[in-house]
Design a protein around this ligand. Structure first.
Ligand code: SF4
Ligand code: SF4
Length: 400
């Protein structure tokens, strides 16, 4: 077993990164650092290093499967195949949450609304939210709401009704955005401008990165600063061209994106005053797929474990689960009963906390490749350079 401490040298200073705790250490010399590394007793990662399993339940709810755009890289190639969600299905989802709570009370509930375009089903969204609001209020559960929308539909009323909502909207510079996302730039821009100050807490703009727009990121950030000064948060993601290769191929490889995202991407965000939410982890967190009772409910009521499970692979309906939530685990036993702490590889692996273990959505070949968004070593080097320049505060989730 190699050391749980990895060493880095930045500007002639030696740092150590503790992969178990996410802690960053600073040493006076390489000798001191190596001594520390050698004297560190090798220990196993244990379940008590994880966040409490049932503190949080995540329910992803697909409100519809239609959209008013047809983006070049959309992975939903069979849109229109399901009807909009109905009130009886939403009522069954509430019953499911209530049955889960009776068995094992939880403290936080994350509702993730997705589509299609979820705001085409605004009435259903609000009906669902109001119901969950009452349920959570009665049980003193903290309710968090996340929405992925294309931003073409006005959001002002929604943000006023759901004050702590967190909304993700995709945008890039006009020519790039219009080319990839059905000429919708101007509509989205006007909606965001209309939100004014309401934008600041609620909206995160997601910049979908390709070989075509990676070098325009700085121009994009300048543009946002000039035209949408209220926007406080920008995230980055690589466009996956798996489903659209015939129409669009992203020549930016996953590896090159991860390198950029750990270096240049962060440097530019800091330069233009945007926070960095990525961090090294100090606690093991189960992904939604593995977390007990967390699941994704499709608009027709079929239930999968998370976004990575396609509708075709779902095997159980919410009406079966609403009074018997443990049927979820019986339906997907290899996922819902998996624990990396009892897996022969993961339980001995120094990377477990940062990796999360063998996620079922990683294919057999890349099961250990957890650095698809950030390269750990490069991210740490970038963080430490900013830390030494007094800019560690930009990293809002980093223990600094
Ligand atoms: S907005 Fe989303 S769901 Fe609609 S076409 Fe674009 S990627 Fe697909
Ligand atoms: S999936 Fe691979 S890298 Fe991740 S914890 Fe398990 S053994 Fe380690």
């Amino acid at each position: 077993m190699d050391s749980q401490i990895s060493l880095l040298e930045i500007n002639n200073t030696i740092f150590g990164f503790n992969k178990f705790t996410g802690e960053v250490l600073q040493f006076d010399s390489l000798f001191e650092a190596e001594n520390y590394q050698n004297n560190m007793e090798s220990s196993l990662i244990t379940p008590d290093m994880s966040t409490s399993e049932l503190e949080l339940i995540t329910l992803t709810i697909e409100l519809n499967y239609v959209c008013n755009l047809s983006c070049i890289y959309c992975y939903q190639t069979d849109k229109g195949n399901r009807h909009e969600i109905t009130q009886p299905i939403i009522d069954m989802i509430i019953d499911y949450a209530s049955s889960v709570y009776e068995r094992r009370p939880f403290k936080k509930l994350l509702l993730r609304f997705i589509g299609g375009e979820p705001l085409l089903s605004m009435n259903m969204l609000l009906y669902c939210y109001e119901k969950f609001c009452c349920f959570c209020h009665d049980k003193k559960i903290a309710l968090h709401v996340h929405l992925d929308t294309n931003g073409t539909i006005a959001m002002k009323e929604l943000i006023c009704r759901i004050p702590n909502i967190d909304i993700s909207v995709c945008l890039s510079l006009p020519h790039d955005h219009d080319n990839m996302r059905s000429g919708s730039f101007e509509r989205i821009l006007q909606n965001l401008i209309e939100l004014g100050d309401l934008c600041s807490e609620a909206i995160t703009i997601r910049y979908n990165v390709t070989h075509q727009n990676i070098t325009e990121f700085e121009r994009f950030l300048k543009y946002i600063r000039d035209v949408l000064p209220h926007i406080r948060s920008i995230s980055t993601a690589r466009i996956d061209d798996y489903y659209c290769k015939a129409k669009f191929t992203n020549s930016l490889s996953a590896r090159d994106f991860a390198i950029w995202n750990s270096t240049t991407g962060i440097n530019l965000l800091v330069k233009y005053g945007f926070p960095i939410d990525h961090c090294t982890k100090s606690k093991f967190t189960q992904c939604q797929g593995y977390a007990p009772y967390s699941c994704k409910i499709y608009s027709d009521g079929m239930v999968g474990v998370c976004d990575a499970m396609l509708h075709n692979d779902t095997k159980v309906h919410i009406k079966t689960l609403k009074d018997n939530p443990s049927v979820l685990e019986l339906t997907y036993p290899s996922i819902k009963t998996f624990s990396p702490f009892s897996d022969s590889d993961c339980s001995h692996c120094n990377d477990l906390i940062q990796c999360g273990g063998k996620l079922f959505c990683r294919t057999a070949g890349d099961v250990c490749d957890y650095q698809d968004n950030y390269i750990e070593q490069l991210f740490l080097e970038t963080y430490l350079k900013h830390y030494l320049n007094g800019k560690a505060d930009y990293y809002i989730n980093m223990n600094n």
